[in-house]
Design a protein around this ligand. Structure first.
Ligand code: MGD
Ligand code: MGD
Ligand code: SF4
Ligand code: MO
Length: 717
């Protein structure tokens, strides 16, 4: 069957030297890269120098891309499970057989539950037109991105107040005078362009207030570090807002014109004084007053970053939302040094890419998680994955029979994988489409190996930044193994389901031409530099034309959507109890050389990455008999226990313990990562279904762990 052949783009493998402009795939940031290929082999990868913001830079993970490419410890053919789920018994199979198997189970699912019983989650971001189209064609509204475990709270918060998601919020680092970061660890949990811009801004004299219970590397770069109590930022923000209003340190003209709900705000922060917040955050009241004086002097070039990984606690949504309120009070929107709103090609007189999704009708069924209907405050475009798991388990509001985890590893990227497995085990079909052996892949019925980012092309993407851009991931080399690109995989499944006209493209170029039709941009132009910028320079929306896509057209401090959901726009702060004795609030985060759970098996990153250690404060460690370097045992309420060395340091709040995420993998075929370190998600026992009701994000940092020293061989003297 000819369609089963791997669809290489033309020119791949040709003799001679050439440069391919593409996108890094070593994390989800997708930096622009240039790849030098000689006689079909890659000899060099660097940042795409045509993009001035990145230049030639890559991070360590991006630079380790070739080590990943030449690693054999990844799925090399489609695999079908032969033992019980998770037992690790597989047989290699052909694409034909794997895809037929999937089609069979999809028919079964549709017969039992209808098309809506099929679910897919992916990484979100640039390429979701493909996955949404795939699901829509099958009759399912149940697309999810990964944001229940990441940025869901800030996403839904931004929509509820500005009518715009965080993707449409850009920061003008070049001219900012003061940047306020709530655990936004910008130099370790990084995007290359943003970290460079941040460092350049600091060098120029930008102030940075960094708020975190732990001193991350960003804290070390900041001009002010506030070591707050864990999960207390909402109290801090209520007090800052109180003080900003009291000191009249806000832009009245901007607020009068563009903000609604100021009376409500005044009322809700009347008593949240700097003194009030002291017991909640641990910060002296005087420091809040000083800070407000400082930002009053720096305004309007003051940015309160609303956060990225915000799946922390049950009021994370309101941390982000009050940060966004503070930006409005600064009047920093659409001005140099402030927040620059994303612009569509149409705003520059150009045309957006044609959507694949327009080739199939949108399903009319309600989403299984209630996003956009029974939970109007959750954006149906991203969904809330834990409620997909809940539906698998309970068949409420309806049953789910098939689930595709595509470029997504929820058994690493969602809390409590044991709870998730109980739900997944009810499925008729679980498919993982990945480039390596993930935890979810290991539990699946079928693993489909996608070609790596260097071995494949993706659909084109459109980024609506200050200037809209079309960007491409092009294929640099032929796949090393029997893998396929995603567009081909989804096309083939649809074909087997009798749906031929939706993704009816023989080659990626044909698909790209469909996307580009009428935009005035050609595939050849896209290939010249890997991206096409749709306007020479960014333009700011003049104040008289500024409007927000909310129901009122204004920034809504009191949100109509939240009201509809029966939720307060500014609820009272929920005080946090201080864990005592051997109990700690467990915080997690990233390090610069690893991307989540996906890179610990990379031969280079495995070697250079730091060992996982448990940060713990000396005042808490001492009574437990824990000294720096001692082995400790950590439990989270379930049967799982982890061990690692303690790092006893005052740079972690007394109530908290901290560890890196991305360790403790269980797949034996990924030998370098297997069994290395502790899986924080497994310590987050019972947290799969505990979430922020407003934003929907999981409440991961409400996890309380117990820590004890491991009786040392020689005995503690
Ligand atoms: N306990 C706990 N949970 C967390 C976090 C935490 O710190 N602690 N962090 C949260 C955050 S911020 C996020 S973003 C999520 C991340 O969760 P995920 O999005 O699941 O994590 P990633 O590691 O980015 O990638 C998921 C999978 O995509 C695969 N992949 C990589 N490249 C490709 C490709 O080109 N094609 C295909 N098909 N697959 C590919 C990887 O191998 C990996 O298995 O986890 C969240 N969950
Ligand atoms: N190297 C690398 N870079 C990455 C990624 C990666 O995996 N590796 N992933 C990317 C992704 S998907 C994301 S979402 C971003 C995440 O970017 P961030 O959200 O900036 O990073 P995290 O590493 O999740 O957390 C950073 C800090 O938050 C602190 N923190 C925890 N709880 C609280 C709290 O209640 N209040 C405050 N103020 N701070 C708290 C932790 O102590 C930690 O130091 O990074 C992106 N960049
Ligand atoms: S941040 Fe690093 S790993 Fe992620 S896309 Fe950019 S270069 Fe690649
Ligand atoms: Mo994330």
């Amino acid at each position: 069957m000819s369609s089963i052949m791997a669809p290489n783009v033309s020119g791949v493998g040709a003799p001679g030297r050439r440069t391919v402009y593409s996108m890094c795939g070593m994390c989800a940031v997708r930096c622009p890269i240039e790849v030098t290929v000689e006689d079909g082999r890659i000899v060099w990868v660097q940042g795409n120098h045509h993009d001035k913001a990145i230049g030639a830079s890559l991070c360590a993970k991006g630079s380790a891309g070739l080590a990943f490419e030449f690693d054999d410890e990844r799925p090399q053919t489609p695999l079908i499970r032969t033992g019980p789920r998770g037992a690790g018994k597989w047989r290699r199979t052909s694409w034909d057989e794997a895809l037929d198997y999937i089609a069979d189970k999809l028919h079964d699912t549709i017969n039992t539950f209808g098309g809506k019983g099929i679910m897919l989650s992916d990484r979100g971001g640039l390429f979701t037109d493909l996955t949404r189209t795939f699901l829509n064609a099958l009759g399912s509204p149940n697309y999810f991105n990964h944001d229940a475990g990441c940025a869901g709270n800030v996403h839904n918060a931004a929509l509820s107040i500005y009518g715009i998601g965080p993707g449409g919020i850009n920061y003008d680092f070049k001219n900012t005078k003061h940047m306020v970061l709530y655990g936004r660890n910008i130099v370790e949990s990084l995007m290359v362009k943003e970290s460079k811009a941040f460092m350049a801004a600091l060098a120029r004299g930008m102030r940075c207030t960094y708020i975190d219970p732990r001193a991350s590397v960003t804290a070390c770069k900041a001009t002010r570090f506030w070591q707050v109590r864990p999960n207390s930022d909402y109290a801090l923000n209520l007090a800052i807002i109180h003080e900003v209003l009291k000191q009249d340190a806000y832009d009245k003209k901007f607020v009068d014109r563009f903000v609604s709900g100021m009376d409500y705000l005044q009322e809700m922060v009347r008593d949240t004084t700097p003194e009030w917040q002291e017991s909640h955050t641990g910060l002296p009241a005087e420091q809040i007053r000083e800070f407000v004086k400082e930002i009053a002097a720096d305004a309007p070039q003051v940015i309160f970053h609303p956060g990225w990984m915000t799946a922390r606690h049950k009021q994370s949504f309101h941390v982000s939302r009050t940060a966004l309120i503070l930006n409005a009070l600064m009047g920093n929107i659409e001005i140099p040094g402030g927040i620059i709103l994303g612009k569509s090609p149409e705003q520059y007189g150009r045309k957006s890419l044609n959507q694949l999704a327009s080739r199939t009708p949108k399903p009319t069924d309600q989403r299984v998680d209630g996003a956009g209907t029974t939970r109007p405050q959750w954006d149906p475009k991203i969904g809330m994955l834990h409620q997909g798991f809940a539906a698998m388990e309970t068949a409420q509001p309806y049953g789910i029979g098939a689930y595709f985890a595509y470029r997504h590893d929820p058994l690493t990227g969602m809390p409590d994988p044991e709870a998730a497995k109980r739900a997944l085990d009810k499925l008729k079909l679980l498919v993982s489409i990945d480039v390596r052996y993930s935890e979810t892949g290991w539990f699946s019925d079928v693993i489909l190996p996608e070609s790596t980012y260097l071995e494949r092309a993706n659909i084109l993407s459109q980024m609506n930044g200050p200037v809209p851009v079309f960007a491409m991931r092009d294929q640099a080399i032929a796949p090393r193994f029997d893998s396929r690109p995603a567009w081909w995989i989804f096309r083939e499944i649809l074909h087997r389901m009798g749906i031929r006209d939706v993704l009816d493209f023989e080659t990626i170029e044909e698909l790209w031409n469909y996307q580009l039709d009428g935009t005035g941009v050609t595939v050849a132009e896209m290939r010249e530099e890997g991206f096409v910028t749709l306007s020479g320079s960014p333009k700011l929306i003049p104040r008289e034309e500024l409007k927000f896509p909310t129901p009122s057209g204004k920034i809504e401090i009191e949100s109509g959507i939240l009201k509809q959901a029966g939720l307060p726009s500014l609820p009272p702060y929920m005080p946090k109890e201080a864990p005592m004795g051997d109990r700690f609030c467990m915080l997690v985060g990233r390090t610069a050389t690893l991307a989540h759970g996906q890179s610990l098996n990379n031969p280079i990153l495995n070697e250079i990455s730091p060992k996982q250690v448990l940060w713990i404060h000396p005042d808490r460690a001492k009574p437990l008999g824990i000294s720096d370097g001692d082995e400790v045992e950590i439990t989270g309420g379930g049967s799982y226990a982890g061990r690692m060395k303690a790092m006893v340091t005052p740079w972690i709040h007394r109530e908290a313990a901290f560890m890196l995420h991305g360790f403790g993998a269980t797949v034996p075929l990924a030998r370098r990562a297997h069994g290395l370190g502790v899986a924080d998600q497994r310590l987050q026992h019972g947290k799969l279904y505990e979430f922020d009701p407003a934003g929907g994000g999981c409440a991961m940092t409400e996890t309380i762990v117990q820590i004890k020293p491991v009786a040392s061989k020689g005995g503690e003297q």
